[in-house]
Design a protein around this ligand. Structure first.
Ligand code: SDX
Length: 433
């Protein structure tokens, strides 16, 4: 990792200089190792939003934002989406290599044996209002898992770390589907382990005890691909939340619950729900111009949801695959012209030629098309971000394990630039004006 290179910082006010080593990765930007900066200079770095800060070393996912490239353990997402499947990508993210046929079969068998929840957990759902947002339900239920699975809480035991990873990957579809069923007033569907991961999830979402669930293979494949596209994405806000929570030694269930909470925000995983709401609000192509004028108005805080990204300053490669999947799903469902898809595609074409978006390098991201597919499949808008959380649980737990197993990892504790009051004497209440 070291590069034999260093950089020199000099203080113009007194000519003092300090050297800091430059560390090189296998690809992507080098980093300036500032771990000794405070000790040497008495100053902190300052980087709200971490726009120029590497928080950790990782081998899991690499993003080239300028080229629009996403690699999972070195494999391009476009190739994985075309040739792999979610269980294989989950194995890859967790273990670093694609599985052999035997390893894959064993992994799938292991995951399928953890899909059920402790039966008492089903009573948790009855404590929520029927109209509770399913992300609130998932936050609560996932956080509570540590109250049930005491045999996989010791983060220092590799076996227990593996069991909790398998439990979380396996149980998230069950938890998510139960949140949806509860909101719909329908009975919970138990997992059926002879189905694929995506197929099991679809059946738990849309199956009913009164009849056999008929799987649509196109939808099953689309769901599997969507899960793959959302599985991991470097040190995004929710993954950083999971890592920070885990750095204190919190149990993995609590860390994933924290990740779900962070993903919920409309600037992050909540964007897919926000895109659908935005398209429904715009309603008709004749309103696109007015809407985009509001987006470009400095005094208006309207954003084109599903556009822009902290890292991608080019097309999000996942959006490309998502748009292709969108057409496949709508065609297989016989949906000739989905007004929202037409609206989204027209907005995309207009925005990609508009100076405002071009100059700020704002392109569609993974959330721009996903909601249209989910809606076509029959998934309610409030469940969109839940689906994102189901998929991202694999990335979160892979990143969490990497952090726990990193000998350099320590509790995350950022500092600040303090601009508040300096010390002052207490004023008794009778003397206050
Ligand atoms: C995800 O990090 C990840 O990897 C996340 C994710 C993952 O897989 O984990 O990829 C998933 O969260 C995708 C992003 C989903 N969010 C949205 O679609 C919401 C809309 N997009 C944004 O709000 C915004 O683009 C962010 C939050 C995604 C990125 O914000 P940044 O990097 O902090 O950029 P910024 O807010 O500083 O914007 C830079 C400029 C600003 O204009 P100026 O102040 O320079 O004049 O671009 C403008 C912004 O106003 N801008 C937008 C815009 N996004 C940025 N203007 C209009 N519409 C937008 N969508």
């Amino acid at each position: 990792m070291s590069s034999n290179r260093s950089v020199t910082l000099s203080d113009d006010s007194n000519g003092k200089t300090w050297k800091f080593p430059v560390l090189a990765g296998s690809t992507g930007p080098d980093v300036i190792d500032v771990r000794k900066l405070y000790g040497d200079t008495g100053m902190f770095t300052y980087d709200p939003g971490f726009t120029s800060t590497g928080s950790c070393e990782s081998k899991i996912t690499y993003i080239d934002g300028d080229e629009g490239i996403l690699l999972h353990r070195g494999y391009n997402i476009a190739e994985l989406a075309e040739r792999s499947d979610f269980m294989e990508v989950a194995y890859l993210l967790l273990n670093g290599e694609l599985p052999t046929a035997e390893e894959k079969a064993d992994f799938i068998h292991t995951i399928s044996r953890h899909t059920m929840l402790h039966e008492q957990i089903t009573t948790f759902y009855r404590g929520f209002r029927r109209d509770a947002h399913p992300m609130a339900v998932c936050c609560g239920v996932v956080g509570a898992l540590s109250a049930f699975y005491h045999d996989s809480l010791d983060i220092n035991d590799p076996h227990q770390r593996m069991i909790s990873a398998h439990r979380l990957i396996a149980k998230m579809p069950t938890i998510a589907a139960m949140a949806y069923k509860y909101s719909a007033g329908q009975p919970f569907m138990y997992p059926q382990n002879n189905l694929s991961y995506a197929g099991n999830f679809l059946r738990m979402l849309f199956g009913v005890p009164a009849e056999e669930y008929v799987m649509n293979p196109v939808i099953e494949k689309a769901m599997d691909r969507i899960l793959m596209l959302h599985a991991d994405h470097e040190q995004n806000a929710s993954t950083s939340t999971v890592r920070l929570a885990g750095s204190s030694g919190a149990n993995p269930f609590a860390c994933i619950a924290a990740g779900i909470a962070s993903l919920w925000g409309p600037s992050h995983g909540g964007a897919n729900e926000a895109v659908l709401n935005m398209l429904q609000h715009i309603g008709d192509r004749k309103n696109i111009g007015t809407f985009l004028s509001r987006v470009k108005d400095k005094n208006d805080h309207t954003r084109l949801m599903g556009f822009g990204h902290r890292v991608y300053k080019n097309y999000d490669p996942r959006a490309t695959v998502m748009r292709k999947t969108c057409h496949e799903v709508l065609a297989s469902l016989g949906i000739k012209d989905d007004p929202l898809l037409d609206l989204a595609m027209e907005m995309e074409q207009i925005a990609l030629k508009d100076e405002y978006f071009v100059s700020k390098k704002l392109y569609p991201n993974v959330d721009f098309y996903s909601g249209i597919i989910f809606r076509a499949i029959g998934i309610p808008v409030s469940m969109f971000t839940v689906l994102f959380a189901v998929a991202r649980t694999t990335g979160w737990i892979a990143q969490w394990r990497e952090m726990i197993e990193d000998p350099q990892s320590k509790i995350g504790r950022p500092r600040q630039l303090y601009t508040g009051q300096t010390e002052r004497p207490y004023v008794p209440i009778h003397a206050r004006k």
